[in-house]
Ligand binder design. Sequence first.
Ligand code: CAA
Length: 283
Amino acid sequence: MDIKTVMVIGAGQMGAGIAQVCAQAGYKVYLNDLQEKLVEKGFEQISINLSRQVDKGRMTEDEKLLVFDQLFKSTNLQQAQYVDVVIEAATENMEIKASIFRELDKYAPEHAILATNTSSLPITEIAAFTKRPEKVIGMHFMNPVPVMKLVEIIRGLATEDDVYREIEAMAIKLNKVPVEVNDFPGFVSNRVLMPMINEAVYTLYEGVASKEAIDNVMKLGMNHPMGPLTLADFIGLDTCLYIMETLHEGFGDDKYRPCPLLRKYVKAGWLGKKSGRGFYVYD
Ligand code: CAA
């Protein structure tokens, strides 16, 4: 298949980043969300990212405009009829995904691949909401999407080999490094990352060290670019909790039990950078 047109569903941090890298790679992109103002916010984020590239002399103003020529605003899922690949990056909630994939199954052309950027929900279950589970696949980008090289590509139980190969080739065209993963809770990235973050929250909860000390140990001692508590704030504490709950439920093992302090912060609305407060306070 010659992939030319893509729809990205969800114009939040991840969706906007995915739309940006797709447009920069030359794909025509519909950025879709429920309301026009959400799509506009996504466009603003892309504009800020590209302006940073212009300021650094890596891109001209004209090249920035060319990227925007590839981008189209969408609030109507019926426009999936014009695309070859859909990448869903909506809220991490199975009911929301179910409704989106049922709609996409109605509107997307027969040849279209339906990918999801879910960070931990089972691809096989999402695929079962459609009559084309062989065309459904996980395409898990990392935040911030324009910077991070990894794309985890997750095969559902029914995903066709050809679909895997198309998405692998697309990830390479996006200048990313694809890694093949099977469909188990948390895939590889979050199965390894989230228990580390959860353990960092436990060390804070048990008074082993201050938040700054915990972050410094991992930054200076293990060369991580961000300490685990800073990273948790950056990802969103609600997302971290949701993924830990998915691991806990999926494996049934107590080692994945979310730290009570993480639950408490989420209940308080301290969700990290996006809410202005998490383990740290943001302006
Ligand atoms: N969007 C776009 N570009 C960004 C950005 C953003 N939000 N934040 C930083 N950048 C760019 C900067 O412009 C800069 O670009 P150049 O090198 O081209 O100049 C580059 O990233 C480095 O930025 P800074 O110098 O400002 O800061 P830094 O060196 O601390 O890097 C970082 C910032 C790349 C975010 C780095 O701290 C990092 O790698 N952190 C860890 C990120 C991580 O682990 N992500 C995965 C999270 S897990 C996930 O996403 C999956 C999930 O399912 C939860």
